[in-house]
Design a protein around this ligand. Sequence first.
Ligand code: PLP
Length: 389
Amino acid sequence: MNTSSTLKAAQTAAALREQGHSVIDLTVGEPDFDTPQFIKEYAWEGLQKGLTKYTASSGMKPFTHAVADFYKGEFGASIDPSEVVASCGGKQALFNAACTLLNPGDDVLIPKPYWVTFPEIVTFCGANSVFIDTEETDFVLTADQVKDAITDKTRLLVVNSPSNPSGRVIPSSEMRKIIEACVERGIYVLTDECYLFFAYPPGEVFTSAVLPPEVRDYVCVAGSFSKTFAMTGWRIGYTIANQAWSKEMIKLQSHSATHPTSFVQYACARAMENASESMAAVKSMLSEYERRRDWLIPALNTIDGFKCGMPEGAFYAFVDVRHLLGDRFPTSADVADVMLTEAHTVVTDGTGFGAPGFLRFSYATSMENLHTAVERLSKIFGTRAANVA
Ligand code: PLP
């Protein structure tokens, strides 16, 4: 396995800062908002109630029940609490799902560009990543692309929508077709829904938890509170999968993390029970991200050699810098290096996401930082008239 390239870039930014430079870090993969105060208070309430001991490996009952109720209330999904397993973040949810399903030699379909961790998990399981090129459809996966990529060895498809790094959202109708195409062929689907609540209107939010039971038998949802409630450091997420798959994940987890922190589970359960306040907090974060997106994308498109479509979700701009490549910049990593050394602006090279020639800009940072970054980059690369792709 390789070190996470996204974490590497963040470390470079931190090192420059320590040297006294004013660094604009656009590598961040986490909300710049604090966890809502009422959720912090729920955690304290949990501690005061004495929730300081082990819970069930699947997660405590109030947690698994709250996930099921929350999905019923928000999406009309019918989930049994026994289909929910608490995990230490979305990452562990993905690991639990993949490790209990995959055997060495299995093929796993991963659309490009992908979140850096997907192929690493596949490698960890001794399986093979089979990448699907989606540039032709502007990085929005289609059912036809999936059908074309399926072979006898395909065991699993991993889909992430809204996507990190592209910010693209697969429309609900296409998502249903993608999943149906897999299920018809006995192929499982792992839907990474960490950015589920971060699709900008009029874009639709789609969770595969709403699919009928016979389809859901082949689907595992990997969910997370990291982005939803700005809780990256709390390490809490969950899977939603059929009972047999969930049982295997519980078994695996009982020998690894055991379960996520007891009072953190409690805090999330209470937050989901208080869905109106929680969703109001989510909506206010979403509208701030949207404000930044609406300013940033046209601004990036004024920089010479930068081309960026409008992302429909998450908080990333995925910029095509292939027009800049040549003698001065052989690769997009060289473009990123110059941005770092000459503009003290750090972004993530697309190569780690399977998209060399692209750079990922996170706008989970202040408007002021975004303005400064664009100003600095305009000086280095020059500007042209606004040209929103
Ligand atoms: N999936 C995607 C696409 C992500 O971007 C991230 C975090 O950046 C995760 C999963 C994992 O998040 P966590 O483990 O913090 O829940």
